[in-house]
Design a protein around this ligand. Sequence first.
Ligand SMILES: [Zn+2]
Ligand SMILES: [Zn+2]
Length: 433
Amino acid sequence: MTKTAKKKVGQKKDAKASLFQSVQGMADTVPADAALWRALRDAAETVSELHDFRRIETPVVEPLANIEAALGCAGPCDASLYLVKAKGQRLALRAESTVGTLRCYLEHHLGYVASPFKAWTETPLFRWTPQRLGRPHLTHEFAFSTIGDSDPVYDIETILVLFEFLREMKFKDLKLSVNTLGCRVCRQNYREKLKAYYQSRRQKLCRSCSSWCERNPWRLFSCENPACREARADAPIVLDYLCQNCNNHFKAVLELIEESGIIYEPNPYLLCDTDYYNRLAFEVTVPGFPGVLASGGRFDYLAEALHGRMIPAVGGAVRVETTIAALKALNIQPRVKEKPRVFFIAVGDQAKKVGVRLIGELRSSGIAVSEVFGKKSLKAQLKVAEKIESPLVLLVGQKEAFEGTVITRDMRTGAQETVVASSLIEEVRKRIK
Ligand SMILES: [Zn+2]
Ligand SMILES: [Zn+2]
């Protein structure tokens, strides 16, 4: 084979292999994790109902103009966005949930439905980052937002919802780290002070920090370089620059957190460079796991950026992938509300017909049924029942089909009984309690 021919075959192979690979940085959810996803959804449903949050769904794409307005810039201002060109429209895949949620609130006048309006949503987020960072490009979150009220009581409720969510997942000893970003006025003063502080120490900073200290000085807080860490220790903190209103708001939030019994730690380095965020910023972690399970804050300026009118809002989200990783790392088994499940075996054509009818009746009455009717022999079907550890097997052969009976078999004890097919649902309920 010539070199070019070999190359062509190689290319063909590569193309074939890539047909079965997901987009880089985007993972599938497979049944192995399905129970954990289910537990997360159950937890989201439970806490949103208890706190009166209403479910909203927004499209996975938003007009790029909305995102540009929110970020206060035009053109490709955020390199991490996944841009979509469709029929002349400029769109972007959702990178965070706040813009879509607030756009939905404004478009449907949801402030008239309830004030404040509490919304929750389950959403995928798309963010591109350079491959060397090894970050996923697709993540998911359960986000909770309260729109239309600036009272600190909603700041603490956001924190509580996320804590209850994670406690529902059986996490213990959760830790809250909290800070304030101030408002437009006091944050600007603080930014100038911080900039001046770092500029005076520019020679000592790493190259990256030295280039960032002009544009975004709080980015320097996250640098791990020992010299930058040392500089951080004496850097001015936001608390010393808050205006009276921001100070009062933060004090009230902290008092409410103390009242709720949540253990918290003020973290002056928890800051955000997105302009529409203000005041509260927080993160939730769990001992023994390095990632952040949930985070959030106030975004009072977002409505103004989108709509020209300020509407206070606060929100937070549980990060699905990090939470699942933490559950696995800490070996936590969350509660999963599963339907009772039985395994149905039918041997013979007549038995299969009866089986299909009885399975329909069982499912209609809320009992989940598994089967492998495609496999003919009793042995093959029983093997599957054992593999999936089904606690109860229902069996119909030619004899049972003819007599109108079903054999029930408790797979844990091996006990078998014959019951009348017409009372099957009752008999199954008794056995799977
Ligand atoms: Zn302020
Ligand atoms: Zn640095």
